[in-house]
Design a protein around this ligand. Structure first.
Ligand code: ATP
Ligand code: MG
Length: 253
């Protein structure tokens, strides 16, 4: 059954090719206000490409992307309500944690506002890094760098947050800890969250709905509503059965 709610992101008939390479074929889905949706699929299936298109970073594609009801090719205003966390933290090594986070605000407003300081402080506190404001990226662990990248996205107070495999490369403990933190922040901030992952277990743990992609070019194999109450058990029979079903959609079970 379709969840009720205002659709903040609507992707219709999206197709994308890079030269001769057809990557995405006929992608249709939506994200409702406050919903957490995962895009799940094997490596190279076009997950990053979808996210980059929705974030307004890829101009040429077929089909349409509506954010808050507006086609991003016609009206880019709603893109100001979005923020993206990339697959790698992409921090500037010569800037402190504080300055890296402040950069998002600097890029948006030409001159800094008085309450910008508070916004940075709040974002730092949200990801639990207040004590490391003056550290440089090389002094941080991988998980901490990802937290900074998350804070840098949160500082502009987006209503739509896009995350591209932000936890890949972290060890299991760090990954599970950050999954919980992302869920907590999502809950607190009531953002619409579109999260890319290639890990079925992560998608089942996090998502309200999972969009499963596979094939070449990629198309949507299924959109799965996950109704297991949170906090979700990681190895319950229900979870494992769902994971097996998803893997069968990938074609690699
Ligand atoms: N700018 C580009 N120019 C040419 N081909 C590209 C470009 N960006 C992506 N591709 C191709 O599109 C396909 C999908 O890439 P994409 O990065 O979206 O996959 P992905 O699902 O995010 O993979 P991964 O899980 O490894 O991050 C790949 O075959 C890739 O080579
Ligand atoms: Mg990718």
């Amino acid at each position: 059954m379709e969840a009720a709610g205002i659709k903040t992101i609507v992707v219709s008939d999206l197709c994308k090719r890079f030269g001769w390479l057809e990557v995405l074929s006929d992608i249709n889905f939506d994200v409702k206000q406050g919903e957490l949706v995962c895009i799940l699929g094997p490596s190279g299936c076009g997950k990053t490409t979808i996210l980059r298109i929705i974030a307004g970073l890829v101009p040429h594609y077929y089909g349409s992307v509506l954010l808050e009801g507006e086609d991003i090719r016609i009206n880019r205003d709603s893109l100001h309500n979005t923020a993206i966390v990339f697959q790698e933290p992409r921090l500037l090594p010569w800037r402190t944690v504080w300055q890296n986070i402040r950069l998002s605000l600097e890029l948006r407003n030409k001159k800094m506002e008085a309450d910008d300081e508070q916004l940075v402080e709040h974002a730092l506190a949200l990801v639990g890094l207040s004590e490391f404001a003056k550290s440089f990226p090389h002094q941080l662990s991988g998980g901490m760098k990802q937290r900074v990248a998350l804070a840098r996205a949160l500082v502009t107070q987006p209503q739509m947050l896009f995350m591209d495999e932000p936890l890949t490369g972290l060890d299991l403990r760090n990954r599970e800890e950050l999954q919980d933190e992302i869920l907590r922040i999502w809950n607190e901030k009531k953002v619409s969250l579109l999260l890319v992952t290639h890990d079925p277990a992560e998608a089942i743990y996090m998502a309200d709905r999972i969009i499963v992609l596979s094939g070449r070019p990629s198309s949507i194999r299924d959109i799965i509503s996950v109704s297991i109450p949170r906090p979700r058990p990681r190895d319950a029979a229900e979870t494992l059965a769902l994971e097996q079903y998803i893997r069968s959609l990938f074609g690699d079970d």
